[in-house]
Design a protein around this ligand. Structure first.
Ligand SMILES: [Zn+2]
Length: 281
């Protein structure tokens, strides 16, 4: 099939295999999906996998039966199908939206779901594959057993954008940055997700802004104090510096994190001004 016969997926017509709105494609006749994230028995030389849509009995939004991905050296669970199932369970996002002070639209982009007791947030590795699920209830955070700790990577945040990529801590901060109209990815904590972030940034030369948490000072056992959020952000900046166009760290002007700052009236302009004033590392 020639190149022109492939149509890139979009927001209005997401990939029928992985449900994401970028990177994948579908044949002009609608019968074949070319998915970059979910494996099949037919890999392509240029990356990605061919899926015959006729065989999968897919309907446009939520598939009745997910094609079981063939997974190599991956976690024991099929986190992709599990995340979809949880997402399908959650029809009303307004409670969580009010609770966190972020929009339902941004929560949707993070593919939030419900497992019967907890809110669920899929975690994706640097290749945009779901490798784990975070569980969130009353502020406590756990993972589905077998999960790998990975990134909160919203739908529509693409690798090869000319916009700066904002990196923050956690799924709710990520939602707050999306609400301000930024391209944002959340990492699971102030120390983790470094390799997955490197995988993403190695693919496209980008400006990066790390939104650090201004958390409380922690006293080390041997005496001196340190700030985990800030130190974690600076460590990440150090690691990615050789592979990005530029990197800066920004702290919230009010509160301990970007979500609190937004709740206290941060506008896109104010946050951008803070980023512009921050020193390039
Ligand atoms: Zn896909």
């Amino acid at each position: 099939m020639s190149r022109s016969e492939w149509i890139r997926v979009s927001k209005s017509k997401p990939c029928k295999i992985c449900s994401r709105s970028d990177w994948c494609a579908v044949s002009a006749n609608g019968k074949i999906a070319y998915c970059m994230r979910i494996e099949s028995s037919k890999p392509c030389k240029s990356g990605g996998w061919i899926h015959k849509l006729d065989d999968c009995q897919l309907i446009s939004t939520v598939p009745k039966r997910m094609p079981k991905p063939i997974v190599r050296s991956e976690p024991s669970k099929d986190f992709f199908s599990l995340a979809r199932q949880y997402q399908h369970n959650l029809t009303d996002l307004t409670v969580l939206s009010k609770d966190l002070g972020v929009s339902t639209e941004s929560l949707k982009r993070l593919e939030v779901g419900w497992d019967g007791r907890n809110y669920t947030f899929p975690m994706r590795n640097g290749n945009d594959r779901i490798v784990g699920i975070r569980l969130r209830r009353n502020g406590s955070k756990y993972c589905v057993t077998g999960s790998k700790t990975a990134l909160f990577w919203p739908d529509g945040v693409v690798v090869d954008s000319k916009q700066p990529l904002w990196i923050c801590e956690g799924e709710s901060d990520c939602a707050a940055l999306l609400d301000l109209g930024f391209d944002a990815i959340g990492r699971p904590s102030c120390n983790s997700g470094i390799n997955d972030i490197k995988t993403i940034l190695a693919r496209y030369n980008r400006d990066v802004i790390i939104m650090a948490d201004k958390d409380k000072a922690v006293t080390r056992p041997d005496g001196p104090v340190y700030y985990p959020g800030i130190e974690g952000a600076l460590r990440l900046a150090e690691v990615i510096k050789p592979i990005v166009r530029s990197v800066k760290c920004v702290l919230p002007a009010v509160g301990t994190d970007i979500r609190e700052w937004v709740q206290n009236g941060a506008t896109r302009e104010a946050v951008l001004a803070a980023a512009n004033n921050a020193r390039t590392l």
